[in-house]
Design a protein around this ligand. Structure first.
Ligand SMILES: NC(=O)c1ccc[n+]([C@@H]2O[C@H](COP(=O)([O-])OP(=O)(O)OC[C@H]3O[C@@H](n4cnc5c(N)ncnc54)[C@H](O)[C@@H]3O)[C@@H](O)[C@H]2O)c1
Length: 324
């Protein structure tokens, strides 16, 4: 069995679940741990058995022994390390968002394709059982032809977030749009089995200290003719994270662990294996020399729709997403 030496770029919060996945995937060998916080990088190296530690991601990416980079840095520092890694013939797993502009996403996709390396993006919601089951039921025609998709991820979080960089636009690209938007837009497209054609959105900055809009509603049409509404908010006291889909012959309501399809409840759906599954899919794709299901190219339409939200919020115009 070939083992793949891994460079972990950023050793913060999300990497706890990445590290748990590495421990279950024998092909992965943690090799170099990178963080501006050197103590943290050292702790994580000790835990994972990685031999090397650095505070400079460029140094890690330049190491000849590295086969895979796992990018878990603030949002605007995803594209450049990915492009550098591709040039060094390293496979790339980028946490969501792939990047905060479509141009940066395209640079990553192009660099990976030109250098023959695999680029996967952390669209972990695709690997949750509730979403997998919902897609299977939709594809089996259980609600007929889906006509309307309404999704919300809303909560009340006026306090400063855990990450200092989340309120720094230059690092987050806008927390509401690029912290939560990538998961929510991507899962809408994945469930609809279609990409967005036209989109209009409004955004409001309700929390004074925020550096970007913290309340977004986007209305759109899919290429298959269905309609979509996405709400992202930090200002709604009773939070919610769910999706309704209405079709010609029924309807479906999806939450984290359950589905109501035409009144029948399917519950107990587990999401604890999602991170492992998305990493297993990435490693299998590298070994089998095929595109992973969450490849950069596959998820690009979600990032085109997010870019359209940004443009619509800024200009008030209806955006033709097919032109992006
Ligand atoms: N899949 C999910 O559900 C999920 C959940 C949380 C976070 N994320 C994503 O994971 C990524 C990281 O988020 P997090 O929650 O781990 O953040 P975090 O703030 O906990 O960790 C980021 C780490 O990067 C380090 N860092 C920052 N700039 C650096 C630089 N230039 N060089 C080296 N190290 C640097 C910081 O010191 C910090 O330890 C983000 O893209 C985020 O959106 C995904």
């Amino acid at each position: 069995m070939k083992t793949l030496n891994l460079a972990l770029l950023g050793c913060g919060g999300i990497t706890k679940s990445h590290r748990a996945a590495f421990a279950e995937i024998p092909e992965i060998k943690p090799f170099v741990m990178v963080d501006l916080n050197e103590e943290l990088a050292k702790e994580v190296a000790e835990e994972t058995g990685a031999k090397h530690v650095t505070t400079d991601w460029r140094e890690a990416v330049a190491m000849d022994e590295v086969d895979i980079v796992d990018i878990c840095l603030p949002h605007t520092i995803h594209s450049e390390p990915a492009v550098e890694a591709a040039k060094n013939k390293e496979h790339i797993f980028a946490e969501k968002p792939m990047a905060t502009t479509l141009a940066d996403c395209d640079a990553m996709i192009q660099a990976a394709e030109e250098n023959g390396v695999t680029l996967a993006v952390g669209q972990v919601l695709r690997f949750r059982e509730a979403n997998e089951k919902a897609r299977e039921l939709l594809r089996a025609g259980r609600i007929g032809q889906p006509l309307n998709h309404i999704r919300r991820r809303v909560r009340y979080t006026p306090d400063p977030p855990r990450h200092t960089w989340a309120r720094d636009y230059s690092l987050s690209g806008g927390w509401e749009l690029y912290g939560f938007g990538p998961h929510e837009m991507d899962i809408m497209l994945w469930l609809a089995d279609s990409n967005v054609s036209k989109l209009w959105a409004r955004g409001k900055k309700i929390i004074a200290e925020k550096d970007d809009v913290d309340d977004i509603t986007a209305l759109f049409e899919f290429e298959n003719g269905a309609m979509g509404t996405l709400m992202l908010s930090e200002n709604i006291h009773k939070g919610g994270w769910d999706q309704c889909i209405g079709g010609t012959e029924g309807s479906m309501y999806i939450t984290t662990n359950a589905i109501d399809i035409n009144g029948e409840i399917i519950d107990g759906l587990d999401h604890s294996r999602a991170m492992f599954k998305q990493w297993r899919e990435f490693i299998d794709a590298i070994i089998e020399k095929r595109e992973p299901s969450h490849s950069g190219r596959n998820v690009r339409p979600s990032y085109a729709a997010l870019e359209a939200i940004r443009r619509a919020v800024d200009t008030g115009e209806l955006i033709d997403v097919t032109a992006l």
